[in-house]
Design a protein around this ligand. Structure first.
Ligand code: CP
Length: 313
């Protein structure tokens, strides 16, 4: 198959997204078997480069490739030649000598996946690049919504609350949620709301006055690692929690809470929600495995629907 990158949600049409979600659904029975492995990608090589910390994305891509019987190679910046000053271009050229089919990469810099793609014949999948995009998170969020809230997400009202400014998840989710017909409202302190974000077709609010209108409350982590020391984004985490944090007391009976993880317990999300089975957070993690299996599979076999849902295996 020709090279097919997934660097931004904009790389996918609505039909592509729906095919990926259907493909992920067709993998669910595999994940319920005693032997959770199929030979679908036997002989294929998938390299996972995580140049920035990750638990969910790195583990689910690794496991997804193994469930599909691909050969996997995982590298982190720490302990690699990056520590000796090797450039991303030279890492790409080096690893391409193994003729990988796919390179999955997380990187702290926006745009790093384009640099990688320009220097390898492998398809590149963005596992999160700086503040730019996290398209596979968006796809697993859509999958979780479809599994829990119904296949037709058209008209669903989603409030994304938190550190929008530093969030690649917000950028991907806004695009993906709107693609499937959802209405997106962003809520954040003014300092954590990107200027001009209204141009993406979202509503922008600075407090929780209209929270009752939300069907889904999608919380974002306050990204302490991207908030530079000394910058006055927030008076204090305690004040953030009081004004924008979500606890059961602020939640209506039918509202569902999502969070990409990792959570800041007691900051954007109270423990009474984090530990409540009604939230979709654990389901989002579960969805990550099926969705990333679907992404690896479709990247290699193609997005034309020769194999419809249920025919994949
Ligand atoms: N949601 C997400 O990307 O989590 P990790 O940083 O643990 O991969």
């Amino acid at each position: 198959m020709p090279k097919r990158d997934l660097i931004s949600i904009e790389d996918l049409s609505r039909a592509d997204v729906e095919l990926l979600l259907d493909t992920a659904e067709s993998f669910l029975p595999v994940l319920e078997r005693d032997i959770k492995k199929v030979p679908t990608l036997r002989g294929r090589t998938i390299i996972n480069l995580f140049w920035e910390a990750s638990t969910r994305t790195s583990s689910s891509f690794d496991l997804a490739a193994k469930r599909l019987s691909a050969d996997t190679l995982a590298l982190k910046a720490s302990g690699s030649a990056v520590e000796k000053g090797e450039t991303l271009k030279d890492t790409a050229i080096t690893l391409s000598a193994y003729s990988p089919d796919i390179i999955v990469m997380r990187h702290p810099s926006a745009g790093a996946c384009q640099t990688l793609s320009a220097n390898t014949e492998a398809s590149v999948i963005n596992a999160g690049d700086g503040k730019h995009q996290h398209p596979t998170q968006c796809l697993l969020d859509l999958f979780s919504m479809r599994q829990n809230l119904g296949r037709d997400l058209d008209g669903l009202k989603v409030f994304i609350i938190g550190d929008i400014l530093h969030s690649r998840v917000a950028r991907s989710d806004i695009m993906g949620f709107q693609m499937l017909g959802m209405e997106v409202t962003l809520v954040a302190p003014p300092t954590l709301m990107p200027r001009g974000i209204e141009e993406m077709g979202v509503k922008v609010e600075y407090d929780l006055a209209n929270l009752k209108d939300a069907d889904v409350i999608y919380l974002l982590r306050i990204q302490k690692e991207r908030i530079k020391a000394g910058a006055a984004y927030l008076p204090s985490l305690r004040e953030y929690s009081q004004l924008w944090g979500i606890s059961q007391a602020r939640l209506g009976p039918k509202q569902r809470v999502m969070h990409p993880g990792p959570i800041n317990r007691g900051v954007e999300i109270a423990s009474d929600i984090a530990d409540d089975d009604e939230n979709l957070i654990a389901h989002q993690v579960f969805s990550g495995l099926a969705v990333r299996m679907a992404i690896l599979y479709r990247t290699i076999v193609g997005y034309s629907d020769g194999a419809a849902s249920g025919e994949v295996l």
